[in-house]
Write a protein of this length. Structure first.
Length: 367
């Protein structure tokens, strides 16, 4: 992909369908229930109508796309896990024995694993080979990748959205596998927002106090090693990003381009979502946050996106593990729109609601 092709791709992305959203909102008002009583499910159903152009869409074929890559910054001792875990867990995902893939299997969701930059050859036919380079550069000492490699990673993510559209997938989760990627994500978020390293950095998969201090020191070196144009997402990905994160950014853009609901997972996924929205603000209409995360950078990224997660389960695994759970919420929102009777269909006179529809008749002060 060239930069000109990227710009053309972004320009083809349009906001959610307002007419379909208005029609869905009208149907919600007609369903036989107190106004707003299904809470966020109502908001989600209206958003899904805007994405799909259908008032009552189906969410019956869901997939998680996982982008696997290694990160050279691991050489600085920022992770408790060895780099070899990236390859092994990528392979294990195809066997449905990791946290994310076992959840996906439980619900009948598909999993697609894409190698965009693992250090070791996975020797696994079930992993799609979109290998760009053998791990990234160590961002504390050099750029993570070239600008063209960042573009290639974006294209790999976009391809997954196109394949999802081709295969009739109704919602796509965006996951990752890459030891050290909470470090690259923290660096990206610090550059994007101008935030201090202390406010965006967590302990990832687990670090001692000494390891945590080292991680923050490495990040400070990474974001000050050279001048980075925070208005230029490609420059930022080139300097301090990861191939997995760049591919995920492309996948979020791709979902917007293909008009497919995109499920974000944890910190790395939400950082990629923010990159996508900085490249194309309209992409925000297509993104749903699955679960809250312990990583402090997650909440900052969510605030920057103006979004809140649907689930609060204390999860911090990554991989895309929140996506199969979010899919069930999306299914439920659609199921209500398709299956619930309107007042007229239920033979219920709704004139008793006229008075409370005109005011906030449900909020209790101090509750």
């Amino acid at each position: 992909m060239t930069e000109q092709e990227l710009q053309a791709y972004i320009q083809a992305i349009t906001p959610a369908d307002r007419e379909a959203m208005d029609a869905a909102e009208k149907r919600q008002a007609e369903l036989a229930k107190p106004p707003g009583s299904l809470g966020e499910l109502e908001t989600i159903s209206i958003r899904l109508a805007g994405i799909t152009g259908q008032v009552c869409p189906a969410m019956d074929k869901c997939r998680v796309a996982v982008f696997a890559a290694d990160n050279g910054v691991v050489d600085e001792g920022v992770s408790c896990a060895p780099r070899s875990v990236t390859r092994q867990q990528a392979v294990n995902m195809t066997r449905h024995v990791t946290g994310m893939s076992s959840l996906a299997a439980c619900f009948g969701d598909q999993v697609a694993v894409v190698d965009v930059g693992m250090e070791q050859n996975p020797h696994c036919d079930a992993i799609l080979d979109r290998h760009i380079r053998r791990t990234t550069g160590n961002i504390a000492r050099e750029d993570a990748m070239t600008r063209q490699q960042a573009l290639d990673a974006l294209a790999a993510g976009m391809e997954q959205a196109a394949l999802a559209r081709r295969d009739g997938v109704t919602a796509l989760g965006i996951g990752e596998m890459g030891i050290g990627n909470t470090t690259t994500s923290a660096a990206v978020l610090a550059v994007l927002t101008g935030a201090d390293i202390d406010t965006v950095t967590g302990r990832g998969g687990g670090l001692t106090d000494e390891g945590f201090a080292r991680k923050k020191a490495v990040l400070r070196r990474a974001v000050t090693r050279r001048a980075i144009d925070r208005r230029d997402v490609l420059d930022m990905l080139t300097a301090v990003g990861g191939l997995d994160l760049a591919a995920m950014t492309g996948a979020f853009l791709g979902c917007a381009h293909e008009r497919i609901p995109a499920a974000a997972d944890g910190f790395i996924s939400v950082a990629a979502a923010l990159c996508a929205v900085r490249l194309c603000p309209a992409a925000a209409d297509y993104i749903f946050l699955s679960h809250d995360s312990y990583e402090p950078g997650y909440r900052m990224a969510a605030r920057e996106l103006g979004m809140t997660p649907c689930l609060h389960l204390g999860m911090r695994l990554g991989e895309g593990s929140g996506c199969p759970l979010l899919f069930r919420v999306l299914e439920g929102a659609c199921g209500v729109m398709r299956g619930m009777a309107t007042f007229a269909e239920a033979a219920i006179q709704d004139d008793y609601l006229e008075e409370i529809r005109a005011v906030d008749a449900f909020t209790v002060e101090g509750a």
